[in-house]
Each structure stands twice: as C-alpha cells, then as structure tokens.
Design a protein around this ligand. Structure first.
Ligand SMILES: Cc1cc2nc3c(=O)[nH]c(=O)nc-3n(C[C@H](O)[C@H](O)[C@H](O)COP(=O)(O)OP(=O)(O)OC[C@H]3O[C@@H](n4cnc5c(N)ncnc54)[C@H](O)[C@@H]3O)c2cc1C
Length: 503
C-alpha cells in the first residue's frame, strides 16, 4: 500500500472539498480522490456546468474555512425574470416584484417575508447532526430544542401557521396567498426543482422553505450567487484544501472501500492501487457508496433493502445552447448575463409537466430555469421534468425531442431564440448518473421529501453521516440536509468525524 493518510475523501464535489478542507485545517493528512478530470462535482467543468446557478455556501462554512466572503457573495441579490402566460416578465429580487399589479406585489412581498422568517427558524437544523431515532445524544436533542425555540420565537400565530403549512403542498398555499401566475410559478419552481414532486405533492412547502433557508446567507430568502460563478467557487475550495496541506487527485476513480474487521481501512482505485486510511468520507451518492463501493457483504439485509428502495430517480435535464447573438426578451430589452430566467407561467404548467414525467414520458412543455453566460454566449437551461427512466430510453431522438420542446417554451420569453442557436448539448439524468456517479442522476443524490429528511436522510438507519462500518461517513448531498450548493453536508460530516476522533 502507498503512504497512509489520516483521511480519504471520495469525490471532489463541493461537499467533498468542504469536508476535506475542514479536516485538513484540523491538521489531518487528507487525500481527495476524484473520478473526473476536474474537481467541483456537479458544479461541472469548464466544458459543461451542470449547476449553472450555484447557490452560495453557508456563511458559517465560509467563516470556518476563512474564505473570501466578498468573492462568495456577490453584492447584489440575483435578479429573476419570471415569465407569465402573456409572455412578459415579472422582475423579482427577493420579496420585491415588479411587472404585476400592486395588490399581487404586496401579497407576494408579505408572503415572502413570512416564509423567510419561518425558513430561518427551520434553518437552525441545517448545520446540525439530526438526532438519532433510537437514542439521541444530548447535543443533538439540544439542536432540535434550539429549532423549536426559534419557532416559538416566531410568536404564537406564526408558529401555528408554520405547523399548519409545513407538510402541505405549495399549490394550496400559493393559490391562497397570491393566486396562480408567474410569481406562484417561480416559488413553485423553487419548491420542486430537482425533485420528483409537482406543486400539488405534499411536502413541497417544506422544500420551498429548505431552499429559502439554505440559500439565503443574509436571511429572508434573498438569493445570492458567488461572484465569478461556479469556477470561482471550485477554485476557492480547492485552494483552501491545498493551502491546509490536503492533496486532490483527479482522474482517480475509487473502485472499492477497504474494510479490515469492522472498520474502514482505505480505498482501492480502479487502477488497482490501494491507499490506507482509517477514515473514509464519501461524497458519492449513498447508493453508490454503500452498494457499489462498500459492498452489501458489510451490511445487514434490512439496511441494504432500505438503501435499494430509497427514492433517487432524477427528474431534471440540462441543456446548453450556444447562441450567435444576445437573446432578446419579449417586451423589449436583452437578457443580461447572470440574470435568472424562469419560464413556468403558472403552477398548473409545472404540475402538467410533472404528470407526464411521473408516467415516464417527456412533457410537451417542460418548466424551465435558465441563465445566459454572455462571455461564452451560452444559454444554460435546467428542464423539468425529464424522467431518469424515460419510456424508450434516452435515445438521440428523445434528446432531440426534449431540445425542441425546450426551445419552443423558451420562445415564449425569448422570441426567435431558436434561430440563433449554433450548437447544443443535452445532459439527461441518465448521463448525470454515469458522468457524476450520482445514483439516478438526482440533483440531491436522493429525493428531498418528508420521509427522507433529517433523521431519515438518506434513509432510516443511515442518518447522522456515520455508516455501519466504523470510520466510514457520508459527506455528500444524499446526507442531511440535502443538495444544492451550500456545503452543509460536507461541513456536518467532517465535524461528526472530528467529534468521533477517528484517526
Ligand atoms: C441538472 C442539474 C442542475 C443543477 N443546477 C443547480 C444549480 O443551478 N444550483 C445549485 O445550487 N445546484 C444545482 N444542482 C444541484 C447541485 O449540483 C448538487 O446538489 C450538488 O452538486 C451536490 O454536491 P455534492 O458535492 O454533494 O456532490 P456532487 O456535486 O455530485 O459531487 C460528487 C463527486 O463525487 C465524485 N465521485 C463519485 N463517485 C466516485 C468514485 N467512485 N471515485 C471518485 N470520485 C467519485 C463525482 O465524480 C463528483 O465529482 C443541479 C443538479 C443537477 C443534476
């Protein structure tokens, strides 16, 4: 075996990098092994950014890693253009909406503020290890108690309101509060994007609150992006690992987690090289980590069954369109680089797209999130819903069909855009699965829904980052609190390992 490391991190996704940086900064000799030729995981590489609109890292993490906060949090919140059925944009920045009537704008602002407060209360759990279902440690129960206290501090009326809506669906809440339209479509996109749920699915208020809590470092749901986008974030995290003495090896796929007795003992690469370490953190998805890299022989039957049956079929496809010219907005003006475009004119359009996908078909009119990169002259689109298990498979014909329907929906917002396309690429959930080792090609490495959250994430018996083999931890989006770019899972997993004192 080659020299021993204190810790090996499988995967250089942003969570793997956060975990590695945390451990290295505590003096551990850390090696990160990444299968792809670039670090960053689904933040992608210069040729294809899977996550073109990365949310920002949690400020607590940026502080712990002493990252440059001015780089991480662009001064301005992200401006969103949400297109209505009339093809005209409503402009939204946090709770401020223009392009709708005054009553709707006021109702939206009030709802946004209220949800922002509630999200902040629930957000107390994001950087905590959820308590165990059987026996919880005092520190874990204290975290729950802190969240309960924050909820109580909302006041009786608002706490009751939160308890009333939290497990319900976005459809009912948004219809009641602001009516269906481009603002409801935007919030319903935030509630459902990346998951296999439509706005009518129970639990979508919780996923909306999750997004508002995770990605609003300054509170109240204002979304910010790292200055410099995905590249800057990947560089900052990689530099942080290296500056603390950690090593990142790309093009180094791990084939197997090695076990000695009941303990993790290191990894074997597909090249056959074995590297020893008593501590292994995996940024790969839970199914890949446990069923492929570890192996079912180290797990009991019930644990394996739960892992096999956890919901993790991705529903989002990514498309890149190279454009000959800057896209023009319906109603006048050009789409600015870095603005977020949402084409989901009503919640009904999202639900209808979901209906097709849940039976394995492509929707005629997918719901879209897009961003234009002016320097690369590229429009990057996330299209939902595009089922991993598409009937007939992800053939070239199916991809061409999806591409055509995406361009047709985009034309509502950006008339004539199809005629300016000079090249395109489609990445299906099946491609994401093969390319990034995320089972099902799932945005969160596993569905973010009520029965796969907190002490049930990724599934009952596998929560709290620690796996049944001592010294093995999950540190990616499949673990609590889930995916998107936040770094929370990597941060929490590293802290759990450090607390356990494995080395
Ligand atoms: C289509 C799509 C669009 C998205 N858009 C956005 C967005 O705009 N904004 C946003 O915030 N989030 C977005 N996301 C979600 C976000 O990208 C993920 O939630 C996030 O990247 C998860 O981070 P991670 O570090 O946990 O895992 P990942 O980013 O998946 O990284 C895991 C890493 O582990 C590596 N790996 C796996 N197996 C092995 C192995 N055996 N050996 C070595 N390495 C291995 C992989 O190659 C990968 O680099 C999107 C996701 C998808 C699918």
């Amino acid at each position: 075996m080659s020299p021993r490391y204190d810790a090996i991190v499988i995967g250089a996704g942003h969570n793997g990098l956060v975990a590695a940086a945390m451990l290295a900064r505590k003096g551990k000799k850390v090696l990160v092994l990444e299968a792809r030729t670039h670090p960053g995981g689904m933040l992608g590489d210069p040729e294809f950014r899977v996550a073109p609109l990365p949310y920002a890292l949690r400020p607590e993490i940026a502080k712990a890693l002493q990252l440059d906060q001015s780089m991480l949090y662009a001064a301005k919140p992200l401006e969103v253009l949400s297109f209505g059925a009339d093809g005209l944009p409503v402009r939204v920045s946090g709770g401020l909406a223009t392009g709708v009537d005054i009553a709707t704008a006021e109702a939206y602002a009030a709802l946004h503020t209220r949800l922002g407060r509630q999200a902040k209360a629930l957000g107390a759990m994001l950087l905590e290890t959820p308590p165990g279902l059987g026996k919880a440690k005092l520190s874990e129960t204290a975290a729950l108690a802190r969240m309960a206290l924050r909820m109580r501090l909302l006041g009786k009326t608002e706490m009751r309101d939160l308890l009333r809506i939290v497990l319900s669906n976005a459809w009912d809440l948004l219809n009641d509060e602001i009516g269906d339209g481009p603002l409801a479509g935007l919030l319903a996109m935030d509630a459902t994007l990346g998951g296999a749920m439509g706005p009518r699915s129970p639990g979508t208020v919780l996923t909306l609150l999750y997004r508002m809590a995770s990605h609003s470092p300054h509170g109240h749901g204002l979304r910010v992006m790292p200055e410099g986008g995905p590249d800057a974030l990947v560089k900052a995290l990689s530099d942080c690992v290296k500056a603390a003495g950690g090593e990142i090896r790309t093009a180094s796929p791990v084939e197997r987690i090695l076990v000695d007795g009941d303990r993790a003992a290191g990894v074997r690469l597909t090249s056959g090289v074995e590297i020893a370490s008593p501590l292994v953190l995996s940024n790969a998805s839970p199914r890949v980590t446990l069923l492929t890299l570890l192996g079912v022989e180290h797990l009991d039957g019930e644990f394996v069954r739960r892992c096999r049956t956890m919901a993790s079929k991705g529903m989002v496809a990514r498309l890149d369109f190279d454009l000959a010219s800057v896209p023009e907005l319906r109603g006048g003006g050009a789409l600015q680089s870095g603005q977020r475009l949402v084409v989901a004119p009503t919640m009904r359009t999202i639900e209808t797209a979901f209906n097709a996908a849940k039976y394995g078909s492509l929707p005629d009119r997918p719901a879209l999130e897009a961003v234009y990169d002016g320097a690369a002259r590229r429009l990057s689109v996330s299209a939902q819903f595009a089922p991993h298990d598409l009937k007939g498979g992800w053939t070239d014909e199916a991809k061409a069909r999806l591409s055509a329907s995406v361009l047709s929906v985009l034309a509502d917002a950006l008339p004539g855009v199809a005629s300016t396309v000079t090249g395109s690429r489609v990445m299906s959930p099946a491609d994401i699965e093969t390319g990034y080792g995320a089972a099902g090609g799932h945005w969160h490495h596993g569905e973010l829904r009520v029965d796969q959250l907190l002490m049930l994430r990724p599934f009952d018996g596998a929560a709290q980052y620690r796996m049944p083999v001592a010294g093995l931890y999950l540190c990616g989006a499949g673990a609590h609190p889930g995916g998107d770019i936040s770094g929370a899972a990597g941060f929490n997993a590293a802290r759990a390992a450090l607390r356990d004192g494995v080395h």
